[in-house]
Design a protein around this ligand. Structure first.
Ligand SMILES: *Cc1c(COP(=O)(O)O)cnc(C)c1O
Length: 353
């Protein structure tokens, strides 16, 4: 049954070991992020076997599955800020959550105090990427505002970069995080964790330029796809092909490369742009945006992906004279394609060792 995604657990485990070693050589104990694989238990097992002691995901549903599988033998981290409506369940399914709203923190504090459970929080600081986080000059006020908390424990501070604004982690912005930790501790209380970002910090890590006080990272893509995420450069020694997507050719015809008639928006509201290649051989594959996203790297070196709609992938097959209807074509997913393939119920998951 196709499309399928093959998940090579040995390669994931080897990548996980490699990144863990790299982190530990800089005094960092990272968590492994499972959200791009939809909290997959076989993948999580490979990560834990490689030595990760903390797993992180953005969805409580995935964390619930991980808690059931690992009980309390690994620590679980919620990456997305809790919804107010989740405040009573967050402490049940994870040990640590990332937070940036005082109202949410206050509500969780109440739930945790009443249930005599325990929960730790990492306070996110926005150092310019403009996704989540308290603005740095709010931190003194935040410290005061939560000084009366008795149940929630502030585990540390964290930053997320290169997600929305595309801001690159560097010694300047990570040093600001270090400065905020020192200021926090001067106001009172020790912070155990300083979480210096996601896979986009790996490049700085390879250059041994992460400030010494940063002792935590949250790594997803770098482990799964073997690349840092600033320029998507390969991490030396990592497997880049732990995942393979397979899809079947369902049409193969000579067609013009320019649409006939007046072109308006495509199915996704984008105005498409076509290059005139004359009449050419085109393949349609039975896989689409319900299953994958672009970019997708074709392992059939001469097959060039032109575009995708909900259920169809269109490719230029001029360089593939041997290709025929019914053939399988293999692809290496990018991050978006991996996320969708693992989440889509239409894509068969095939685990190999
Ligand atoms: C997704 C996510 C990560 C992991 O990002 P990668 O680029 O896959 O390493 C880390 N932190 C937060 C808050 C996230 O949402």
């Amino acid at each position: 049954m196709y499309p399928s995604i093959e998940i090579n657990l040995r390669k994931i485990k080897e990548n996980a070991s490699l990144l863990l070693k790299l982190c530990r050589s800089s005094g960092i104990e990272p968590c492994a992020v499972t959200k791009a694989v939809c909290g997959s238990l076989p993948v999580a097992e490979a990560l834990v076997e490689a030595g990760f002691k903390q797993l992180a995901d953005s969805r409580l549903e995935n964390l619930a599955g991980l808690r059931k599988r690992f009980a309390h033998s690994v620590e679980l981290v919620l990456l997305r800020l809790p919804m107010l409506s989740q405040c009573s369940t967050v402490p049940l399914f994870c040990d640590i959550s990332l937070n940036s709203e005082l109202s949410t923190l206050a509500m969780m504090e109440n739930y945790v105090r009443e249930s005599s459970a325990s929960h730790r929080v990492i306070l996110m600081v926005d150092l310019g990427d403009l996704r989540e986080g308290f603005w740095p000059d709010e931190m003194a006020f935040v410290h005061e505002a939560i000084s009366g908390f008795t149940a929630l424990k502030v585990e540390g501070l964290g930053v997320n970069l290169t997600c929305y604004g595309g801001v690159i982690p560097d010694q300047a912005n990570l040093s600001r995080l270090v400065g905020l930790k020192k200021a926090w501790e001067q106001q009172g209380g020790q912070l155990k964790t300083l979480s210096g970002g996601n896979s986009s910090t790996v490049r700085l890590l390879l250059e041994k330029k992460v400030p010494a006080e940063i002792n935590h990272l949250r790594l997803g893509e770098s482990i799964l796809l073997g690349r840092e995420t600033i320029d998507r450069e390969a991490i030396p020694g990592a497997h880049l092909d732990a995942f393979t997507i397979r899809a079947e050719v369902i049409e193969l015809k000579e067609k013009p490369s320019l649409p006939l008639g007046t072109v308006s928006q495509d199915a996704f509201g984008q105005t498409p742009c076509f290059i005139d290649r004359g009449v050419h051989r085109r393949a349609i594959l039975a896989v689409g945006r319900q299953d994958i996203d672009l970019p997708l790297e074709s392992l059939h070196s001469r097959l060039e992906i032109l575009g995708a709609s909900s259920d169809h992938l269109i490719a230029d097959a001029v360089g593939c004279p041997g290709l025929k209807v019914g053939d399988l074509v293999e692809f290496i997913p990018g991050y978006g394609a991996l996320l969708k393939a693992m989440t889509s119920p239409y894509v068969r998951k095939e685990y190999v060792e």
